[in-house]
Design a protein around this ligand. Structure first.
Ligand code: ME8
Length: 651
């Protein structure tokens, strides 16, 4: 019988900055789903890669004085190392600079042009430089880029357009009558914020920069980044070249993306496919964001969220587990060191590690490692049913694309097994000479350990393998023997400590110290780089760039300390007609009382962020001296020199 096919993709990432835990999040989620489905017996194709064209890359390369190709080559080598480190089992890594992709995109562009779905025009509109996106007036949110919240500029350019408007009704129907897009909240967002406002035709070529795929019939233009990027999902399968994988795996089962690019995947991509008369992917899932810390102090520790640092210190199982388990799937979640360490201690040390250690130690101690399958016993029925039921539950969660819940259901079985030890007290059975029952209890525990370790393999890839070695079994590559009781007899060996208990206080201190050292190193590197540059390159940004930051005078109406956060103050700030909440790391320098009534300077167009569960919209401008967070740091608010109304622009 033909195996069920499953095609899963991550976004292809821009190789323009530092790889961080956010990229790891999507990739590890997809990897776990891919691994789970392979173990179920499905034929999986897991695609990831890099989106290498565009103005931003061209600029970055220029800043470093290298060619764009050399720049992306280096960044791609780096991310491949990261995926190897995190045990990411992709089947293909696509680069948009790959020859086959370039050729296929050129064909796609031409096919759409020939069909009349791409036409030449002139674009006059609002342009967001960082996002490389044109917007219409109606799409702007408070006059700003709806994606990043930054200012847009007026721009005009000859370009090719894709007739997105033509597909508006079909796309709306797709989103509203099927479960194509998940979670449901994202459907509402797409329909209300974009489709109902009217879809405008989309600018799909650029002529102001060179680093892109040339339009074959008009080489002044390069294909604008989204047609290039989105097409990767089919070109990677050999679309346009009679590729076998295309016939086999398209349409994709799941495009997993972060919520900020749902619009491209749930509106533009289906429309392009409709225009090409190709089948649509079965599902797009827009997951939430991993947020990093909050106040200034945490911000300066940003490097600790460097996946290399974490994996070196805690092992890759810990990182993978944390990412998959801590952030409720679909929602946003905030990374912090304390929760990271606590999660490892609770689940991996106390629950899984302990079950493995206790079970294998007792097996060795009481029977020299031998345990045989016992006769059924009513007393064990509920326990066995719980362990046996974990697979179906985890599998259902994976079908519903909820990796967090899948892991939770495995840990229900692990918890139950730990409780089974306490209920059955093997040490007393041993003391009282009840050898038969003791054998049954040990066997049942070994089975629970085997079943849960099998289920954990897609999520954490290192420690379950050590468990199988100690169980005297081969590492399973499928769930074929997942049923409780599949093993007749055990001959177990020893196991090392899987996850050493972490001293929270010590870890937090050491992570802080690592962060400090990394920061110092980074600063030094930046200083050296600056020194190397000659005096005439001191200027860094243009006045236009400076004014992209919108600074306004605000008045603090109310202020209070943020609970359980020594450094944070939550201020209610009036800026003209608007009132906002702003969280700042200044509690060491100001009491809430001191702030109330003060006029301050607010950076008003920062992307809002959640700090300790509070949505902070903006930043109070301060001057600071000494290292952030150090005992001798000095900090003072920047305030208008004389009285002026709130809402006044700082210019
Ligand atoms: O958008 N939390 O590339 P990109 C969770 N090239 N996920 C995060 C994250 C965070 N803090 N930060 C990044 C692009 N991600 C385009 C995509 S696809 C045809 C083209 C993940 O490098 C998340 O999956 O900006 C997000 O959507 C993606 O990285 C953005 O990667």
């Amino acid at each position: 019988m033909d195996k069920k096919k499953y095609y899963i993709t991550t976004p292809i990432y821009y190789p323009s900055g530092k790889w961080h835990l956010g990229h790891c999040y999507t990739t590890v989620c997809c990897d776990s789903i891919a691994r789970f489905r392979r173990m179920k017996g499905e034929e999986v194709f897991f695609l990831t890669g890099t989106d290498e064209h565009g103005q931003k890359i061209e600029q970055k390369a220029k800043e470093r004085n290298v060619t764009p190709q050399a720049y992306v080559d280096e960044r791609v080598a780096d991310v491949k190392k990261l995926w190897a480190l995190l045990d990411v089992s992709y089947d293909k890594f696509i680069r948009t600079t790959d020859d086959y992709h370039v050729k296929a995109v050129q064909k796609i562009f031409k096919a759409l042009y020939d069909k009349g779905d791409i036409y030449k025009g002139s674009y006059k509109g609002k342009y967001c430089t960082p996002c490389e996106s044109f917007w219409t007036e109606s799409q702007l949110v408070n006059g700003k880029c709806p994606d990043c919240g930054r200012d847009v500029i007026d721009a005009e350019e000859e370009c090719y357009f894709f007739r997105l408007s033509k597909y508006q009704d079909r796309v709306k129907e797709l989103l509203t009558t099927t479960d194509f897009l998940q979670p449901q909240s994202r459907v509402n967002e797409m329909v209300n914020n974009f489709i109902n406002k009217g879809l405008d035709d989309l600018c799909v070529s650029r002529s102001t920069f060179k680093w892109g795929i040339p339009v074959t019939f008009d080489t002044k233009h390069v294909v604008y980044v989204w047609i290039d990027a989105l097409s990767n999902y089919i070109t990677a399968l050999g679309y346009g070249e009679g590729g076998e994988n295309y016939a086999k795996f398209w349409p994709a089962d799941l495009h997993m993306v972060g919520k900020e690019i749902v619009r491209f995947h749930a509106i533009i991509w289906p429309a392009i496919l409709m225009a090409l008369d190709l089948p649509l992917p079965k599902k797009v899932y827009g997951h939430g964001w991993l947020l990093f810390g909050g106040d200034k102090m945490s911000k300066s520790k940003g490097n600790v969220v460097d996946p290399y640092v974490l994996s070196e210190r805690y092992g890759i199982d810990s990182i993978r587990y944390y990412l998959l388990r801590e952030i409720p799937f679909g929602a946003d979640g905030n990374y912090n060191n304390e929760e990271f360490v606590t999660r490892i201690n609770q689940d991996l040390v106390n629950d899984y590690g302990n079950l493995a250690k206790r079970t294998l130690a007792m097996s060795k101690q009481y029977f020299g490692g031998k345990a045989v399958k016992p006769a059924p016993d009513k007393r064990d029925e509920e326990f066995i049913a719980t362990v046996d039921g974990a697979y179906a539950k985890a599998s259902e969660c994976i079908d519903k694309i909820n990796v967090t819940k899948a892991l939770e259901s495995i840990f229900v079985a692990i918890d139950r097994a730990n409780k089974y030890i306490d209920e059955n007290k093997p040490w007393e059975l041993n003391k009282n000479g009840k050898k038969e029952r003791l054998n049954a209890v040990i066997y049942n525990l070994l089975e629970a350990l085997r079943v849960t370790s099998t289920l954990l393999l897609p999520f954490i890839t290192v420690s379950p393998k050590k468990v199988f070695a100690a169980l005297g079994l081969d590492v399973p590559t499928s769930f074929d023997c997942i049923n409780f009781g599949a093993v007749e007899e055990y001959r177990t060996g020893d196991i090392e400590v899987l996850f050493p208990r972490l001293d929270l206080k010590k870890e937090l201190e050491e992570l802080d110290e690592i962060a400090r050292q990394l920061k110092e190193k980074e600063n030094k590197m930046n200083d050296n780089a600056t020194e190397k540059e000659t005096v005439d390159t001191i200027e860094d940004i243009s006045i236009d760039e400076f004014f992209r930051a919108k600074l306004k005078v605000g008045e603090v109406l109310a202020c209070e300390k943020v609970e359980k956060a020594d450094r944070l103050l939550k201020s209610t700030v009036k800026i003209g007609d608007e009132v906002r909440t702003i969280v700042s790391g200044i509690a060491k320098f100001y009491t809430p009382k001191e702030l109330v009534g003060k006029k301050v300077v607010v950076v008003t167009n920062l992307i809002p962020r959640k700090i300790r569960g509070i949505e902070s919209k903006g930043m109070l401008l301060c001057a600071s001296e000494g290292e952030h967070g150090s005992a001798d740091e000095k900090l003072t608010l920047i305030r208008p020199e004389s009285d002026i109304d709130s809402g006044a622009e700082v210019c």
